[in-house]
Write a protein that binds this ligand. Structure first.
Ligand code: ADP
Length: 640
């Protein structure tokens, strides 16, 4: 494990326990006393650390894995060691009758000095301060945190009263030693006959924790914490960690089936992934990662997105599930692992939240994932489309939250538009490439379904002039798209808004209304509707419909307003502007009626009916009864 290399500061001179050899000759058992601070620490471990007793197993396995890593490294250049042919493995033996537990590795082993300096001392004085503080505040210390203090070994005293360590260092001329302690104030060391290189730790479990002498219990903990330790772990002769650390292997040596199995293992997904990214990064920060994009979106995507994430490993030793610090929220559908040597093993949540190494990993990972998706978008559009349909609703929120990558994210946005077939998606780049001469803006329309949007009267002008309009049907769109502001210096504009700069297309309409008449007619509309509307204006966008409602300059997007209303029943929403199509036969007829008899009741009824008809299309009509009554009156009139 990474945190346990020579680099770790250990104020040895301060913490060295006082050696108090007893009688020099036989027996050769020497007794040592822990320094005062170590005693305190042990006291705290035994009395305060009880929330995760199974942690001792992780600590012992990771120490073994660390020792195995060290010997493996040494043997790359030096095979003159004890037991050069020994298998590199961890062996756990349990006896549920006797309530005993033992773990043995063929790692680097410990010398006499190691037993005193590495096992018998407190790694840092800060550790004690912290533990004391927690105890003073009356809280139990989370056993999970123990490894971070560099005293992981001592977590065994959560489950036992007496530990024996038998060990022999890999150096050719080394001797075997037995270290023993009750975790109270003293420990003993004696020389023993030991052939094998490596370390064996043995103890009897306290009654409360005798379950750790049961196979099933030990195996399940190993599966949770140590499945990817790079050395085989045997529990009573059965190898229990079959899944090897794929991400440590060369990309080309990893088979597709292995990846699929691994993905299923880490994600609990039944089907395989849609794609994966295998990274090995060296530089300012070092890490390896296997990141998968699932084939389907989870049923609770928005909820999962907040809680789920990648697993964090430190040099093949499991640290944390769902380490949300590794990915921005908009990428949290990605599953897999990150393994870094740049964090101390067993870092706490607090450390992962504030560590600069984590921030660097997050930044690199994000950029690599974006490159990966860009590659799909460019060369495998069908894959990208599928990805986007699955995860688009989450993914696109990145443009609002990740300002550093906004430009790249904007290029990755996709839309249905009036020019795309159903389910086909277009990018903003596609849109701009297809813009009309003289078109300055990018237009969009938001609503609940594509079908409803296509029938929206506000689209008529755009259809007639073959101007593309983005059709936004997802709730997040109303946050994402207005937030873009501009793309390639073109503003994004909702065609629901009144202030669109549309070319006047009312060409060649011979019997169009004169200006005076249309002004007078608009006055009638305004008088009739009163404060139901913000304004009444002549429309440039309507072709087939007689009237439509649009949003004023400072008004809220209609779709957004709908969401507000859904959340708050008392929310009234803003008044709309009614646009009138002066070329529509109905409006022209109303003009004639106005000239003939300004007080004609048919005139006012028609105005109200047009207004309420527009509300009906919006889904905002609340006066259905009046609407139907008036319609019936008008039909009676028409059928006379
Ligand atoms: P940490 O692992 O954080 O350093 P520990 O208390 O778990 O703290 O272990 C202290 C030291 O004891 C290790 O750094 C290592 O040098 C030594 N050690 C522990 N277990 C073993 C082992 N199985 N083989 C060799 N050395 C070990």
């Amino acid at each position: 494990m990474a945190g346990k290399t020579e680099a770790k500061p250990k104020p040895k001179s301060q913490s060295k326990p006082k050696a108090k050899p007893r009688a020099k000759a036989k027996p050769k058992v020497k007794q040592f006393e822990y320094k005062a601070e170590m005693k305190q620490l042990l006291h705290l471990i035994v009395h305060s650390l009880y929330t995760h007793p199974e942690v001792f197993l992780r600590e012992l396995i990771s120490n073994s894995s660390d020792a195995l890593n060290k010997i493996r490294f040494r043997m790359l250049t030096d095979t003159e060691v004890v037991d050069p042919d020994a298998d590199l493995k961890v062996k756990i033996e349990l006896d549920s009758k006797e309530q005993t537990f033992s773990i043995e590795d063929s790692g680097i082993g410990m010398s006499h000095d190691d037993l005193i300096n590495k096992i018998g001392t407190v790694a840092s004085s800060g550790t004690l301060d912290f533990l004391k503080q927690v105890q003073e505040h009356g809280g139990a210390v989370d056993g999970n945190l123990i490894g971070q203090f560099g005293v992981g070994f001592y977590s065994v005293f959560m489950v036992t009263d007496q530990v024996t360590v038998e060990t022999r260092h890999a150096d050719k001329d080394s001797k075997g030693y037995r270290w023993s302690s009750d975790g109270q104030g003293k420990f003993t060391i004696e020389e023993i006959e030991r052939e094998a290189r490596g370390t064996k730790i043995t103890f009897k479990l306290k009654d409360d924790h005798k379950d750790f002498s049961e196979d099933y219990r030990v195996k399940s903990v190993i599966q949770k914490y140590s499945n990817f330790v790079d050395f085989p772990i045997f529990v009573d002769k059965e190898e229990v960690n079959r899944v090897s650390a794929l991400w440590h292997r060369n990309k080309d040596d990893v088979k597709e089936e292995e990846l699929t199995e691994f993905y299923k293992f880490v994600s609990n997904d039944f089907s395989g992934p849609q794609g994966h990214l295998h990274l090995s990064i060296e530089g300012a920060v070092n890490f390896k990662a296997l990141a998968f994009i699932p084939e389907t979106a989870p049923p609770m995507m928005f909820k999962d997105q907040l809680e789920k994430s990648l697993q964090l490993y430190s040099n093949k030793v499991f640290i944390q599930d769902d380490c949300i610090e590794l990915l921005p929220e908009y990428l949290r559908f990605v599953r897999g692992v990150v393994d870094t040597e740049d964090l101390p093993l067993n870092v706490s949540r607090e450390v992962t939240q504030t560590s600069p190494a984590m921030a660097k990993i997050k930044s690199i990972l994000t950029k690599r994932l974006l490159s990966f998706l860009e590659e799909w978008a460019k060369n495998e559009p069908e894959k990208y489309r599928k990805f986007y349909q699955n995860f688009g609703p989450v993914f696109k929120t990145g443009v609002n939250s990740d300002f550093g990558n906004k430009d790249r994210l904007v290029e990755l946005l996709r839309f249905e538009t009036t020019k795309s077939e159903k389910d086909e998606l277009r990018s903003l780049q596609d849109y701009v490439a297809g813009m009309q001469d003289g078109q300055d803006d990018i237009y969009y329309l938001s609503g609940e379904h594509r079908d409803a949007l296509e029938r929206n009267p506000n689209l008529e002008y755009f259809k007639k002039n073959e101007i593309e309009v983005l059709l936004l049907t997802e709730p997040v769109d109303v946050f994402v798209v207005p937030g873009l502001g501009q793309y390639q210096e073109k503003s994004l504009k909702s065609i629901d808004k009144a202030d669109l700069d549309l070319k006047d297309e009312k060409d060649g309409d011979e019997d169009a209304m004169g200006k005076d008449l249309s002004d007078s007619l608009i006055k009638v509309f305004k008088e009739t509707l009163g404060d139901k509307v913000e304004d009444v204006i002549e429309s440039k966008r309507l072709v087939d419909s007689a009237a439509t409602l649009v949003v004023g300059k400072d008004g809220m997007d209609k779709q957004m307003e709908k969401m507000m209303k859904a959340m708050n029943k008392d929310y009234a929403g803003s008044k709309k502007i009614l646009e009138i199509n002066m070329s529509h036969p109905l409006v022209k007829n109303l003009g004639k009626r106005l000239i003939a008899d300004a007080s004609d009741p048919l005139l006012r009824n028609s105005v109200l009916q047009m207004y309420e008809g527009a509300l009906l299309i919006e889904g905002d009509l609340t006066t259905q009864t009046e609407f139907i009554q008036r319609m019936t009156e008008l039909m009676v009139e028409a059928t006379k």
